[in-house]
Design a protein around this ligand. Structure first.
Ligand SMILES: Nc1ncnc2c1ncn2[C@@H]1O[C@H](COP(=O)(O)OP(=O)(O)OP(=O)(O)O)[C@@H](O)[C@H]1O
Ligand SMILES: [Mg+2]
Length: 136
C-alpha cells in the first residue's frame, strides 16, 4: 500500500498532522512501538522541513508485502546547496519564524539518517528528494 500527503510551504498550522496520520496508519497495521517511533520521528522531521525550508512537496508512506516501510519526501525547491554541510549535526538555516516555533536545531536530517535502515538524499535547484527505508 502507498499513501501520499501534500505539505505546503509555511503551513505551520498543520505542522505534525501528516506524521500523526502516518503513525496512526502504522499502528492500525500492527507495527510495534519501536518501528513506529523510528518512522514517526523521520516523517515528522521530513514534514517540518517541507514546511520551513521547501517550496512545498509530498511525503509518501509505502509498506510492501514483506512489511518493509519506505518514506519518500520530495519537494519542488529551492534545494540544498551543500549536502555535506546540511547533514552535519547543528547546521541550520532556519528562519527566525521557524526558530520561534522551536525548529532549527539542525538535527532533523541527522535523526532521519539515524532512525532509518537506509537513507538516500539528492538535491538540486529543482528540489530535494529523500528516501528512507525501515526494517528490523
Ligand atoms: N527540503 C529542504 N529544502 C531546502 N533546504 C533544506 C531542506 N531540508 C533541509 N534543508 C537544509 O538543511 C538544513 C539542515 O536540516 P535539518 O532538518 O537537519 O535541520 P533544521 O531543519 O534546520 O533544524 P531541525 O530539523 O533540528 O528543526 C536546514 O537548515 C536547511 O538549510
Ligand atoms: Mg529540520
Amino acid at each position: 500500500m502507498k499513501i501520499c500527503y501534500e505539505v505546503q510551504k509555511d503551513d505551520y498550522d498543520s505542522a505534525g498532522r501528516v506524521s500523526s496520520q502516518i503513525k496512526k496508519t502504522l499502528k492500525q497495521m500492527g507495527f510495534g512501538p519501536q518501528m513506529i517511533k523510528r518512522v514517526a520521528v523521520s516523517s515528522y522531521e521530513s514534514e517540518i522541513n517541507l514546511i520551513i525550508h521547501s517550496l512545498g512537496g509530498t511525503l509518501c508512506l509505502e509498506v510492501d508485502d514483506e512489511g518493509i516501510i519506505t518514506l519518500a519526501c520530495d519537494d519542488v525547491g529551492p534545494g540544498i546547496p551543500n549536502l555535506d554541510l546540511a547533514m552535519q549535526p547543528g547546521y541550520s538555516t532556519a528562519s527566525k519564524k521557524a526558530r520561534e516555533f522551536g525548529f532549527g536545531a539542525g538535527m532533523g536530517l541527522v535523526n532521519m539518517k539515524r532512525m532509518s535502515s537506509a537513507f538516500d538524499i539528492a538535491s538540486s535547484g529543482e528540489g530535494t528528494h529523500i528516501r528512507m527505508v525501515f526494517h528490523d
